[in-house]
Design a protein around this ligand. Sequence first.
Ligand SMILES: C[S@@+](CC[C@H](N)C(=O)[O-])C[C@H]1O[C@@H](n2cnc3c(N)ncnc32)[C@H](O)[C@@H]1O
Length: 377
Amino acid sequence: MDLVKFFHMNGGVGEASYSSNSGLQRMGIMKTRRVIEEAVSNLCLSNIKYPKTLVMADLGCSLGPNTLLVGSMVINAVAKTSQEMGLNPPEVQINLNDLPTNDFNTIFCALQERGKKLSTEKVSDVHSPPSCYFTGVPGSYFGRLFPTESLNFVHSSYSLQWLSQLPELEEINKGNIYLASTTPESISKAYYEQFQADFFQFLRCRSEEMMVGGRMVLTLAGRTTEDPRGEESYYLWRPLAMALQEMVSEGLVDEAKFDTFNLPQFTASPTEIMKLVEIEGSFSIDHVEIFDVNWENWKTNKHDNDASQVIETDDNDVGHAVAKSIRAGIETLVANHFGEDILEDVFMRYAKFLTQRKSKKEDQTLVSVTVSLIRKG
Ligand SMILES: C[S@@+](CC[C@H](N)C(=O)[O-])C[C@H]1O[C@@H](n2cnc3c(N)ncnc32)[C@H](O)[C@@H]1O
């Protein structure tokens, strides 16, 4: 299964779109604001000659409010640092990357409005705001996307846990759709090896594309435990496995199909990520942190880009909101494996099991790992 060919978040701005269902990731990105701003500020300050143009890339940008959120954080950091230095800010070029199947049109339509605002927000009475230029770059970040040494800053959030492909599995992951306590060790090992190969490939490509001293901030869905088969990595997927199992027992889903459905993602621990960065050798680690995004605090952001406007949801809505959010991300994977006919039913059942679990007060956090890296000389 080659993800590059069909994987994408749901497009458009409708009810089922990623644009309207990315509040959980948005909460995570907001928590990394300080790390992003510090990396950009240090990047500007560490240049002997203040940069004339800052070229950044957001890899796996998807579509919707989050896509422009990171750009606006970078622009603000550039503006603030320049103001403190008493210099005119550099121009900022923002390369938005995702797989070719991503709905880039929606991004560029939103940019007509929001992009203009991003580049004209007032910075100071003396200095002009940074001018910014947006480019869409379709392609897989497991390959080269940019010319040699052309990037100053790279960001990626909630994308790198997705593997380039499902690893070859020698055993059946009976009853599970991702790594769980009953998953055979050979499967867990195959997943880790695929993540390692992908992550090395990602780092290698970026090391060629980034300038010496360039900064890279990566946020991945991760885990705190050393064993990837811990409940922590599975609690989001267990209710989906339960929904599919229920449909198998009702004869609505073929058991053999269920047995061969496994999610092509790997939630790594900070230790694993740091070890791989060190072995690959092109980047030094400036900062690592691990944090939770808690579903208890789930708030659905209006997709008007205004982070201050939030709607609180009640208990029942949380199950539905999380199911919708996950559906916006993995609908293409489920449809590709089981066919489109089961989509409505399976995600209704998923919402039901999520809500039941919430009422049992089981763990409700999305573990996230952020690393801030510097391209070595
Ligand atoms: C959950 S979304 C995250 C979007 C956004 N960065 C955010 O934080 O809300 C993951 C994105 O990664 C993209 N993606 C997955 N694998 C990719 C690859 N190999 N190359 C480029 N983008 C990829 C998906 O298409 C999807 O848009």
